[in-house]
Design a binder for this molecule. Structure first.
Ligand code: PLP
Length: 426
């Protein structure tokens, strides 16, 4: 089971070495966008009825493929998934199940939408958002390495997990780490909410508050996280640049949507996705590309990445990419992506990443599907949040409804549209 870097082409055999950061990242001092991407060659789309996405879509997941290649049986995989799932139920009151997706007629009417509006509801997922999907993929891989005693797993148990986040991703990491009984460090900014800090501590995570140091650019939490990883911590965040496996786990969300649309006989014209670090949109683009290739749906919806005026590094990159070859652009990252210069602000606090770390894969997904990014004003972010509250019973945060703000702004898009409500209101 191999991972391949979309920037430099390096490959990593996930049984022998950890497919987290590309082995060439930071070594050559180059400007290449290094991200390891799971190879799905030879996979077929499963047609099972399991309700746990990590069982249902197992043949498309690298941890399962590593497990089987190492001689573990189907039963062993099921046991690994179900044991972790039972522990999640004990910690968080729920495990992974296919999440609901439905047409929201009342909301579409309130918005004056011409076409149907479909909403995938991730607010009831483990820890209250889709973020847990990213990290379950990583944890399953770690478990497989241990169980199969693969070389890549040597000495792994002694290493702590690490993440830079103060929101949904941190909470998801803490829930999964607790369920797996694995020590976790969370790097948070000084203004992280007290409620999140308490929740993290209650889950047994160790928190490190990261002040911005004079002359430093980029998110200080990400910088401290990278230092910890440099000292041996396992990257347990949701950025593909730091851990290629993290993106893959959230492909399950796209697989669920593709199957759901296929069953409903609906071909969505556009998929609006709120974008911070870019791992979610990147995973969805990959999942739909696989679903089309493996015959589940005919066409990928136009991927429309939604950012706010307070922080829109992907939109800036997209403008610079105009007319350029994407493969070549991956070798000149800094021409397209660098930290947002001013302190990012928005009601949608969860998408204020200084950089769209996974910008390249999102740009690739937008190009391939005929999509584009949109920037939304703050009043639209607030309106989308209010309307979602009034016209659905999904308790999503303003971050989680920011994709809807994009759908409200992109008035030229016709036909069925899809959005993801994630991040329960806390
Ligand atoms: C609810 C919610 N939706 C979407 C996103 C965006 O995900 P990404 O950072 O992978 O772009 C986040 C990120 O924190 C989030 O919390």
């Amino acid at each position: 089971m191999r991972f391949r870097c979309h920037g430099c082409g390096a490959t990593v055999d996930a049984g022998n070495a950890l497919p987290f950061r590309c082995p060439n990242a930071g070594v050559l001092g180059d400007d290449v966008d290094h991200v390891l991407v799971a190879d799905d060659a030879g996979a077929t789309f499963p047609r099972g009825t399991e309700q746990n996405p990590f069982l249902r879509y197992r043949t498309l997941l690298s941890p399962y493929r590593v497990a089987r290649a190492a001689g573990l049986t189907e039963a062993a995989w099921t046991e690994i998934v179900e044991t972790l799932d039972a522990a999640l139920v004990a910690v968080d009151g729920r495990g992974f199940r296919i999440t609901p997706m439905a047409e929201q007629k009342g909301l579409a009417a309130a918005l004056g939408f011409s076409g149907p509006l479909w909403v995938k509801d991730e607010t009831g997922n483990v820890s209250g958002s889709h973020k847990a999907r990213h990290l379950m993929g990583v944890m399953l891989y770690l478990r497989v390495l241990e169980r199969a005693k693969l070389p890549a797993g040597d000495g792994l148990r002694a290493r702590r997990l690490a993440i830079a986040s103060c929101g949904n991703a941190a909470l998801a990491a803490a829930v999964i780490a607790r369920a797996a009984d694995w020590a976790l460090d969370v790097f948070i900014p000084p203004d992280a909410s007290a409620a999140v800090k308490h929740a993290l501590q209650d889950l047994g995570a160790r928190i490190a508050v990261c002040e911005r140091r004079p002359g430093e650019t980029g998110d200080p939490c990400v910088l401290r996280f990278r230092e910890a990883v440099g000292h041996g911590a396992i990257p347990f965040g949701v950025q593909g640049t730091e851990n290629g496996l993290a993106v893959e786990g959230a492909r399950t969300l796209g697989f669920e949507m593709a199957e759901g649309f296929s069953a409903a006989g609906v071909a969505p014209a556009a998929l609006f996705v709120q974008v911070g670090g870019g791992a979610l949109a990147s995973a969805l683009a990959q999942a739909f590309e696989i679903a089309v290739r493996l015959g589940v749906v005919e066409k990928t919806p136009k991927l429309i990445a939604v950012q706010t005026t307070g922080c829109a590094p992907l939109v800036r990159a997209w403008k610079r990419l105009d007319g350029l070859d994407l493969v070549a652009a991956a070798r000149h990252r800094s021409r397209f992506m660098w930290p947002w210069e001013t302190t990012p602000q928005s009601l949608a606090t969860g998408i204020l990443d200084d950089e769209t770390y996974d910008w390249w894969a999102v740009a690739e997904g937008m190009r391939a599907s005929g999509g584009r990014p949109v920037v939304v004003e703050e009043d639209m972010v607030a309106r989308a949040h209010n309307l979602a509250r009034l016209h659905t019973n999904i308790p999503a945060s303003a971050t989680g409804t920011a994709g809807l703000a994009g759908a409200m702004s992109a008035t030229d898009v016709r036909g069925p549209a899809a959005v993801i409500f994630s991040g329960v209101e806390r």
